[in-house]
Design a protein around this ligand. Structure first.
Ligand code: SAM
Length: 225
């Protein structure tokens, strides 16, 4: 039985290289590893989940699909899910805030020595994620935006290497900025409208808050021009 992924998870699955050993951190239902194994793109994954309820749900889905010999489901915080013999070379951390993704990467960074590929999908603060990659000898190789149930999600794939990003590239993504697709335009047009509404609600005497919003709006308008 094929697993039907959401458009967001399908886009992430498409970016996972063939034959890797995958660690999926925050694998609440284990949908991503299950789908990848079922389509025979990979044959081993670790599904790591820190909360008991979602961990049990991942475990039960893996049992339901009889994939226990291909997917190790572990109740663990971030990279603590990794075992010494897993030989993981690709890590996905998706569907959570950008700052939480950075926290997980920072805590587990000594376990990244043999990892060639990171696929990250922050729900916000994408600039923090890009800054962490740049400071930790990873370079972005693919970026994409997907719209799923009315929300926009940026997906970042990185490999070992060096990159230097400007403030604008950190915020908008070096490739997304270059590509300037219709979906990119729509995401930032809506964000700009949201920020302008927020600015109208900030009292005139809160000048620091207003200045920050004005700066963010200006940057978006420059990019959309
Ligand atoms: N990755 C899936 C996706 O993209 O659809 C699930 C996203 S779900 C919203 C985020 C999951 O990450 C939650 O189940 C949460 O418990 C888990 N999580 C948060 N912090 C974690 C950590 N430090 N280690 C492992 N899992 C974590």
């Amino acid at each position: 039985m094929k697993v039907q992924l959401s458009d967001r998870l399908q886009m992430i699955a498409n970016l996972v290289p063939k034959k890797v050993h995958l660690l999926d951190i925050g694998s609440d239902h284990a949908y991503l590893p299950i789908a990848l194994i079922k389509e025979k793109k990979i044959d081993f994954a670790v599904a790591g989940e820190v909360v008991k309820g979602p961990y049990e749900s991942a475990l039960s889905n893996v049992y339901h699909h009889r994939l226990q010999s291909h997917i190790a489901v572990r109740l663990a915080d971030g990279f603590d899910a990794l075992g010494s013999s897993d030989e993981v070379d690709c890590v996905t951390i998706c569907g959570m805030g950008g700052r939480l993704i950075v926290e997980i990467l920072e805590k587990g960074k000594e376990k990244l020595v043999n990892v060639d590929c990171l696929i990250l999908q922050p729900n916000n603060c994408e600039d923090d994620v890009r800054a962490w990659l740049s400071a930790n000898h990873f370079m972005i190789c693919i970026e994409t935006i997907v719209q799923d149930k009315g929300k926009f999600y940026e997906i970042i794939k990185a490999q070992k290497g060096t990159m230097h990003l400007s403030e604008r590239q950190l915020r908008f993504g070096p490739y997304l900025l270059q590509e300037h697709s219709a979906i990119f335009y729509e995401k930032w047009r809506l964000e700009c409208t949201k920020l302008e509404k927020a600015l109208n609600r900030v009292p005139l005497d809160k000048s620091k808050e207003r200045q920050q919003l004005v700066k963010r709006i200006k940057m978006i308008k420059e990019v959309l021009e």
